[in-house]
Design a protein around this ligand. Structure first.
Ligand SMILES: Cc1cc2nc3c(=O)[nH]c(=O)nc-3n(C[C@H](O)[C@H](O)[C@H](O)COP(=O)(O)OP(=O)(O)OC[C@H]3O[C@@H](n4cnc5c(N)ncnc54)[C@H](O)[C@@H]3O)c2cc1C
Length: 508
């Protein structure tokens, strides 16, 4: 059932077993898991609380406005605030994190998840199904081989690996799963309902109520048994910080971790390198862009082996290549001379007429940094909540790691002997304004850790110290790897759903 919160009486109080705040990818995934579930023969009452309606509206979206004081970052356009959340405009790039991404790496301060890749594997399969990916066998090369058309580039050395992204259609969670959520008898979705505060009991040991406000001026109270915060990687921190009626620093913030460690995947605008090749046919089709194979759409990318990352003490990067000079184009004509005239000198001269240029773009990992963070500003939104202030920072280590990885690609191409690489990413110790780019991936601000000193949520994504408050979304990632976050946040959300379902079963 969908209910417009603006139609409820002022001061209405609603009781529920499970409150889910936010109907984006994570919130909808969890709500589905509880559709038609029962405890002791009685349905589990689920209240899915969503700020927006079923369509975009500018006034609600304006509640996401805020200030950026570090590397310039768009708080408004990097997410969407209505049913379905940011999946209403996501690109659908999906890939799980690698085993090394979950491990403690002694050269990456604050790294290490209390969850392994092997433990998450079954949840990744379920997450892929949610994203309508028919075959979740990401790195099973045989599936993509396609009658010999798609060979793996034989780059020597073992540092640079061919890996695969699979594409969601992309699934618009608010459209694809709308009827299912609406039809579930035990789920009420409250639309146009903004949670403005999570109120703890006086001992600060459990959530006792949620404060909701509508832009039309209504106020509603929810009394939840259990609450899951699923408002996205920035808003999860904002709401915890703003929920300070009992704990002055904000809920779950006893060790000053809420909002800290904000991470993105820096995407360097343009090309980080150009590859000049002897023969364009050396690059199989699936490296060049979206490639339909069977009922899946996929593409091949370059990533870096765990051995290489350990040896070089570097971070992960994924690199995609794009043909810049298409077969049949006049070698003296546009656009390649505009792109990088000097690369012509790099090409094997005797076969110049066959030479082809590929551009390299990347998304790279940044190391967790407590100074890269979300705080509350003095400016208030239309509901009186303090807006977010984002101070996104990148370090010299992040810059050096990316430079090292580009060099590793250049070395591998050089050793292969079929082409040369010109590096386009500036060598220096800091990130400069022209290096900036991002993926709209918001990670780290409520990080997971078994030790409350080092994180906000425990290994089950329950907020440390609070008996009935959980967090879903990429804000729980303690490190972000080098690939898009949604598949992993969905796997973690499904894992949380199973944990809660077991908890209900054992408590009943
Ligand atoms: C342009 C773009 C392209 C992207 N492409 C990709 C991609 O290719 N691959 C990938 O993996 N990821 C991609 N992403 C990121 C992806 O969209 C997010 O990782 C994902 O949507 C996050 O899911 P979520 O449920 O945590 O948050 P969201 O999907 O943002 O949902 C949060 C929900 O909470 C609601 N909400 C917020 N505050 C409140 C409140 N106070 N009270 C009640 N409700 C509230 C919002 O309205 C929203 O519905 C992209 C993002 C953007 C912006």
């Amino acid at each position: 059932m969908f209910v417009d919160a603006r139609t409820l009486p002022e001061g209405e109080t609603l009781e529920t077993d499970l409150a889910i705040i936010g109907a984006g990818a994570a919130g909808i995934a969890i709500a589905r898991e509880f559709a038609d579930r029962q405890i002791n023969g009685a349905p589990i009452r689920v209240l899915l609380i969503e700020s927006g309606g079923l369509e975009f509206d500018a006034e609600t979206q304006g509640l996401y406005d805020g200030e950026s004081v570090g590397i310039p970052y768009p708080l408004d356009t990097s997410r969407l605030r209505y049913f379905g959340g940011s999946t209403n405009h996501w690109g659908g790039w999906c890939r799980p994190l690698d085993a090394i991404d979950f491990q403690k790496r002694d050269w990456v301060p604050h790294s290490g998840w209390p969850v392994t890749r092997a433990e998450l594997d079954p949840f990744y399969d379920r997450a892929a199904a949610l994203c309508q990916i028919p075959t979740p066998r990401f790195d099973d090369h045989a599936t993509w081989h396609e009658d010999g058309k798609n060979e793996i580039l034989p780059l020597p050395g073992g540092d640079v690996l061919t890996r695969y992204f699979l594409y969601s259609p992309p699934t618009r969670f608010g459209v694809t799963y709308r009827q299912e959520i609406k039809n579930a008898a035990n789920i009420t979705t409250l639309l146009h309902a903004n949670v403005t505060g999570i109120v703890a009991n006086p001992e600060a040991s459990a959530v006792s109520s949620l404060k909701i406000a509508t832009l039309s001026g209504r106020h509603i109270i929810v009394k939840p048994g259990t609450t899951i915060l699923a408002t996205g990687g920035i808003e999860n921190a904002r709401l915890l910080l703003a929920s300070n009626s009992v704990m002055k620093a904000g809920l779950g913030n006893g060790h000053d971790n809420v909002g800290r460690y904000f991470m993105e995947h820096p995407h360097v605008p343009g090309q980080i390198a150009f590859i000049g090749l002897r023969d364009t046919n050396l690059i199989p089709p699936y490296y060049r862009g979206y490639t339909p194979i069977g009922d899946t759409t996929m593409r091949a990318i370059f990533m870096f082996s765990a051995d290489y990352q350990r040896r070089q003490k570097t971070l992960g990067t994924n690199m995609a290549i794009y043909p810049l000079f298409l077969p049949g184009m006049d070698i003296e004509g546009q656009p390649w001379r505009d792109i990088e005239p000097s690369i012509i000198d790099l090409l094997p001269q005797e076969k110049n007429e066959d030479a082809r240029i590929f551009g390299v773009s990347c998304a790279t990992e940044q190391a967790p940094d407590p100074a890269s963070r979300i705080t509350l500003g003095e400016t208030r939104d239309a509901l009186g909540m303090r807006q977010s202030v984002i101070d996104w920072r990148l370090s010299a280590f992040d810059h050096n790691a990316l430079s090292m990885n580009i060099d590793a690609l250049a070395r591998a191409i050089g050793m292969w002997g079929e082409g040369r690489v010109r590096v386009g990413f500036a060598r220096r110790d800091t990130w400069e304004s022209e290096d900036q780019g991002w993926g709209n991936h918001h990670m780290g601000t409520t990080r997971i850790s078994t030790n409350p000193r080092n994180g906000v949520v425990d290994e089950n994504c329950k907020v440390h110290g609070l008996a009935n408050l959980y967090v879903a979304g990429s804000s729980v990632f303690p490190t972000g790897g080098a690939v898009n976050p949604t598949l992993t946040l969905l796997a973690m959300a499904l894992r949380l759903s199973d944990h809660l379902a077991n908890r209900y079963a054992t408590e009943s």
